[in-house]
Design a protein around this ligand. Structure first.
Ligand SMILES: NC(=O)c1ccc[n+]([C@@H]2O[C@H](COP(=O)([O-])OP(=O)(O)OC[C@H]3O[C@@H](n4cnc5c(N)ncnc54)[C@H](O)[C@@H]3O)[C@@H](O)[C@H]2O)c1
Length: 442
């Protein structure tokens, strides 16, 4: 019997024992922002971890003990590699030796805003080739409800093995927030739902060895939907405050002051902040996995489409602000030098994916502005085929006709900025409390 009072199979009992004694050999497929920190947590907990990635460079870096993920210091990874707790390979044959696998591969959108399942497809094909009795497979990549049971399960069952008896399959959404100093992989509660009760039991047992809190749910679809609710909630609330920012602009009211004052309400309100647009691998993308899926069921997810539209307007709104601010100083945008401060998609991280800075730069270039940028985390950016290298802010700020704060990294010297810049468009309220005619706020 397992702890749910259900007769357990021999494979379930054996795997549970291996997990409890930390003899289970743990695999992580996809060693990116999600997979590497996860693998490291299990290695720290005493498991032998094998990371599998198609990127030879990442594999070599991991095996050399060099981390490329900001939240995983090399000082932590190095000793784990040296002691044999963690290793990486590009060879999926390693799956034959593993007891558990977490799949952490990308789930981007196609240009048409349809889910791009090619990474999950490729990883599962390889896993199906080497799957063996007694394995636990967990999908962590964010995806639409139904992926695990409709898409992954049939691929794995082609092996002839049966889920819930011979192997075990779960979905567990990854909630990591890169750069968050308080909440990291180990202390973010882990939601997990299995195809069968035995799958959920093993998935929960597995995560509870290395993570502080596990939240079992009744199915893989519930677990998939939990992640989409969380990210859709953020996307829609950001859409709401972005719309509020545009309204306030028309009415000459400071939107930031409104949000701060509303945020003093101790219940029933949660502050969200406007900005230059959505960025990153989650908030601009995940809700469209949901709307794509519901459309197939004949249901239009209208909040998502609307918030997507409003958030997509923000880079245009920012560039209009820059143009108007320059006009007020009798300068046309065409030919002006606009310096972008911060291009990563959010503060204090090195991730450029889907960054609104790219849209802002593209729109500025289209209006024939001269564009430069500074970002301590992003050495190079390519926009419209133009290769730009990061410039020192202290060199560019006095030269630029307008500086646009797109990403408010903590390391920028904002006092020097206000002193030296001719004109500043602040899309993040980084200059909160600073009074100067040079500053134009969102
Ligand atoms: N980055 C985040 O903050 C975050 C947060 C929560 C959820 N997620 C989700 O987690 C998943 C992974 O995101 P990420 O940010 O770690 O992506 P990433 O691009 O940083 O890492 C993915 C890794 O998978 C590897 N890969 C791609 N195809 C592969 C294959 N067939 N076999 C083996 N490896 C393969 C890539 O080389 C890469 O190293 C996505 O679904 C994402 O939406 C990301």
């Amino acid at each position: 019997m397992n702890n749910l009072g259900i007769e357990s199979s021999l494979h379930e009992q054996q795997l549970a024992e291996k997990i409890r004694t930390r003899a289970a050999r743990v695999g992580v497929v996809g060693l990116g922002y999600v997979g590497l920190p996860l693998g490291v947590e299990f290695a720290k907990a005493g498991f032998a971890v094998t990371g599998i990635d198609i990127g030879e460079r990442k594999v070599a870096q991991v095996n050399a003990g060099e981390s490329y993920v900001l939240d995983v210091p090399s000082a932590l990874l190095g000793p784990l590699v040296a002691s044999g707790r963690i290793r990486a390979t590009t060879d999926f044959a390693a799956v034959s030796e593993l007891d558990t696998i977490d799949i952490c591969v990308p789930t981007p959108l196609r240009k048409t805003k349809d889910p791009d399942m090619s990474y999950i497809d490729a990883a599962c094909r390889e896993i199906a080739h080497y799957i063996h009795p007694g394995m636990l497979v967990i999908l962590e990549s964010t995806t639409y409800p139904g992926t695990t049971d409709e898409f992954v399960l049939p691929m794995l069952e082609k092996s002839g093995l049966r889920v819930g008896r011979d192997f075990f399959l779960c979905f567990s959404p990854e909630r990591v927030d890169p750069g968050n100093p308080k909440y990291q992989t180990a202390n973010i509660p882990k939601v997990v739902g299995g195809i069968t009760a035995a799958c959920t039991h093993l998935g929960s047992l597995f995560y509870s060895q290395a993570l502080e809190q596990v939240v079992p749910v009744s199915s893989t679809r519930v677990a998939e939907m939990v992640k989409l609710l969380e990210n859709t909630f953020r996307m829609i609330n950001i859409g709401l405050v972005n719309e509020l920012a545009m309204m306030c602009d028309r009415m000459g009211i400071n939107v930031w002051e409104i949000i701060d004052a509303a945020g003093t309400k101790p219940f029933g309100f949660m502050p969200f902040y406007p900005g230059p647009g959505l960025g990153g691998h989650c908030i601009p993308i995940d809700p469209f996995y949901l709307s794509w899926k519901t459309r197939q069921a004949g249901f239009e997810a209208r909040f998502i489409e609307l918030a997507g539209y409003i958030n997509g307007q923000m880079p245009h709104f920012v560039v209009d602000k820059v143009q108007n601010a320059l006009n007020d100083h009798n300068r046309p945008l065409r030919g002006s030098h606009v310096h972008i401060l911060g291009v990563a998609y959010k503060k204090d991280i090195d991730d450029l994916r889907e960054s609104p800075a790219l849209d802002v730069m593209h729109l500025l270039l289209r209006r024939r502005a001269r564009v430069t940028y500074s970002d301590p985390y992003i050495p190079r950016v390519s926009v419209d085929g133009l290769e730009l290298a990061a410039e020192p802010p202290e060199k560019m700020i006095p030269l630029a006709d307008c500086v646009v704060i797109v990403t408010d990294h903590a390391g920028f010297d904002y006092a020097a900025l206000v002193e030296q810049a001719r004109l500043i468009v602040d899309t993040r309220n980084a200059l909160k409390g600073c009074v100067s005619e040079k500053i134009v706020r969102l």
